[in-house]
Write a protein that binds this ligand. Structure first.
Ligand code: RIB
Length: 299
């Protein structure tokens, strides 16, 4: 079983010709609502890929809460430990996507920021049984630290979004930052080249393994003193929203199935590549048969 502790957001998405700079207004296209949130996306990604997934999180008492519970529960994710929170809104995200598929995201956390250690303690037996516990940074550190402490299996932490002052849990088996998050964690400039990424990732201590996601440049695996660069699959991206979430959900499934880190990372790269070819967060996430067919087409 895979436990995901994290955020649920209702995304409001608009396509823009280019991202605005401060003080600028740009006219975009039509708006669309999609279920999102890094936690919920990772849970749905894992469920679509065959994972048995349970979620620990919080929504508000508004209409968006029902949308999110239906979206996640409809994918077979166990929603028993998603708590409705009085007087708070469900998390929301405002997302702009440009013609290259690159996005900017503003999150209003709402009920996500009420998730605490007590919510994880209420789910302690679940976390103890989980083969993999998946964490991100759209909920308070307190919740992540408690979940990591209570987890009986592999702890996979995706330190997204890079948040000033956020402290990853001390017990992490696999840390999955992107370039920006790696820079934030190491208090250094965003690494440009693969060599720069290796140097920065080596400065991270406290995680069993580090996988840096590099978008179109693939991923960099670092375990002990060894590192390996796994190139990305060539696809034409439409919307990169949730590509990292797709990667983390797929990685969790593969690790729960006992695949090696390298095998898991390659499989997760395929799931992430597929997700970039479709619009929206959860609507873009791949099913297992799609990943298998995609990989067959690559060989
Ligand atoms: O990673 C993509 C997600 O980030 C979106 O779905 C949005 O809700 C924000 O959490």
């Amino acid at each position: 079983m895979i436990a995901v502790v994290g955020s649920l957001n209702l995304d409001l998405v608009v396509r823009v010709p280019q991202h605005p700079v401060p003080g600028e207004t740009v006219l975009g296209g039509d708006t669309a609502h999609h279920p999102g949130g890094k936690g919920a996306n990772q849970a749905v990604a894992a469920a679509r890929l065959g994972g048995n997934v349970a979620f620990v999180g919080r929504v508000g008492e508004d209409d968006a809460a029902g949308v999110m519970l239906d979206a996640v529960g409809g994918e077979g994710v166990d929603t028993t430990h998603i708590t409705r929170t009085r007087d708070l809104a469900t998390g929301r995200a405002l997302i702009a996507v440009d013609p290259a598929g690159e996005n900017t995201i503003i999150v209003s956390p709402g009920a996500n920021h009420r998730l605490g250690a007590a919510d994880c303690e209420a789910a302690a037996s679940l976390l103890q049984k989980a083969a993999v516990t998946v964490l991100q940074q759209e909920v308070p550190d307190e919740a992540n630290h408690a979940a990591a402490r209570l987890s009986g299996g592999i702890v996979l932490h995706n330190p997204a979004p890079a948040t000033v002052g956020a402290v990853p849990p001390p017990h992490v088996d696999v840390l999955v930052p992107n370039r920006t998050e790696l820079a934030a964690l190491t208090h250094s400039p965003v690494p440009e080249t693969i060599d720069d990424v290796v140097v920065a990732a080596r400065r991270l201590t406290g995680a069993g393994a580090v996988i840096v996601t590099l978008g179109g440049d693939g991923v960099l695996l670092l375990e002990g003193t060894a590192h390996l660069h796994v190139p990305a699959f060539a696809v034409r991206p439409v919307d990169t929203t949730a590509a990292g979430d797709s990667f983390c959900g797929a990685l969790a499934v593969a690790l729960a199935e006992g695949r090696t880190l390298e095998q898991s990372a390659r499989w997760a790269c395929a799931a992430a590549a597929i997700s970039t070819t479709r619009a929206g967060a959860q609507p873009s996430l791949a099913r297992r048969d799609e990943v298998e067919a995609f990989l067959t087409g690559q060989s």
